[in-house]
Design a protein around this ligand. Sequence first.
Ligand code: PHB
Length: 388
Amino acid sequence: MLRRELLAIAALSVLPSVASAQDSVKIGLILPMTGQQASTGKQIDAAVKLYLAQKGTTVAGKKIEVILKDDTSVPDVTKRLAQELVVNDKVAVLAGFGITPSAMATAPIATQAKVPEVVMAAGTSSITEASPFVVRTSFTLAQSSVPMAEWAARNGIKKVITLVSDYGPGIDAEKSFSDKFKADGGTIVENLRIPMRSPDFAPVLQKAADAKPDALFVFVPSGTGAQFVKQFIERGLDKSGVKLIATGDVTDDDQLNGMGDAVVGVINAHNYSAAHDSAANKAYVEAFKKANGGLRPNFMSVGGWDGMELIYGALKKTNGDTNGEKLVAAMKGMAWESPRGPISIDPDTRDIVQNIYIRKVEKKDGELYNVEFATIPNVKDPVKAAKK
Ligand code: PHB
């Protein structure tokens, strides 16, 4: 080699590193930005943008590029978008997934392409078993339903009707609540289900009103709670003596203020409240609202925020290596403080371990909040724990 060429190579190596195409890491973010689950898409997109704004877009010398796609919460669309992101855009990570069927539809692609699938929203227990490349930063329905059942049994509630959306997370909520409540001495009067798409609550609410249980336990997916509560009130159930208990998906921070005073006093269990009392959460809520015209962050948003923390943390550990197997290995066992409280990734199941809080809807400074009054620490997914 000529001396001149050697000098040129030497000069190149001391140039400040400018991110080239090869140096960028692409994240394919698939979310329902329109349609019934649009609030989930909006919340997670906002959290991801806030994360990038606060933490910067360079990790381990690599430039992070997020490619956002709207799957309209139609799983066939999710799958096609995931395929295109892997094949055409060469993304290193697939992320998002507003509903269980979308996360499930993507799992075979993650396996085949050996690309991590970071589930930021969906909550059916079995999702993490659909591919060894799935890692979850959201929650499982059993995580909140079991503590809710335990609280109900300990607090004078003897007869319960369950009412859930008729698909993965609803069926998990129904089963895990019912099993625990019965084991603790309670009676399940009936298990009612309603379609996930365009639900009409009137017939099932009439049944619940006629049967007069002590409480109605409800799960509907984020974005549907306000519609449910409206019909609950219209049927007069709020004044019937039937207590409403729920997973926090129903008393969603995104919609809670619009539900009205009828939900004051509703007890529910969940992983995140905008009113969670920590310095990290206060800073998160303030920054999120500021960046989004006053919008209050909900539990979906923290799934997105922590999904980014997971991806950034894994890239730091691999020193920027985007090999899918290395990234998943780096994600296992990661632990950090989320706006929701301390969380970690179970190294055996790749599922999230987090505190579950029992909360009561209260009015504070003219606004409705889920106010946490009890904490069940470090809850692993009870469905997977039971299989062991
Ligand atoms: C789900 O489809 O897994 C899902 C969606 C919204 C929720 C919970 C679970 O609030």
